[in-house]
Write a protein that binds this ligand. Sequence first.
Ligand code: PGA
Length: 249
Amino acid sequence: MPAPPRKFVAGNWKMNGRKAALAELEAIIAGLSGEVNGPRVAVFPSATLVAAAVETASGSAVEIGGQDCSAETEGAHTGDVAAEQLADAGARLVILGHSERRTDHGEGDAAVRAKVLAALRGGLEPIICIGETLEQRQGGLTLAVVEGQLNGSVPSELAGRAFSIAYEPVWAIGTGLTPTVAEVEEVHAAIRRFLDARFPGDAVAVLYGGSVKASNAAELMAAEGVDGALVGGASLKADDFLPIVRAAA
Ligand code: PGA
């Protein structure tokens, strides 16, 4: 299976940013304007900012996505946001199965899988997150955990549809710790084997996420099988995010 021709750098703003944060999005767009053959870039603000971010990014190459969606289309689900609502606000993508959703909201693989199907139904391109905890890594369970999450969270209905996988070791998220290049390559190779077997011929990007920053981006993006990055903290400021995008090119 081919990896997509361009790298893909996604910025996950998590529960950060109010209207004033759109100035950072403007700076990201300005910083990328005129660049040719650069990576694909997407920013994932909080749901409250999606519509305004879509407006800010209109006419630019930067895509906007949501950080989660409901498995349902509409109805009595207080506090949830449907894929159809995100698409209606102009979002093109959605992050699903982030470890903070899995941990804070008890989302298991079946819930993530249902959300992926909802995203497809609503016309959003999913980025599906997987990754092991420190305890699982220390127990030698990394590949078994990742393969279990792939089998449980990634439905066969994705065949022929655009989607990405983000490998995010839970212990690397927001901690400043990163796996070695060899550890990243081992897991990305396992993910690629899964994709080759289940989605032959589809060009699916496999992103690395967890403490990606300007100082380690070039090394991580050059690792075998790494097609891009899912960036949290370092995506909040254009001055931190732009060097990562450039390192991926
Ligand atoms: P981080 O977050 O870059 O702040 O470690 C990554 C993520 O959770 O997607």
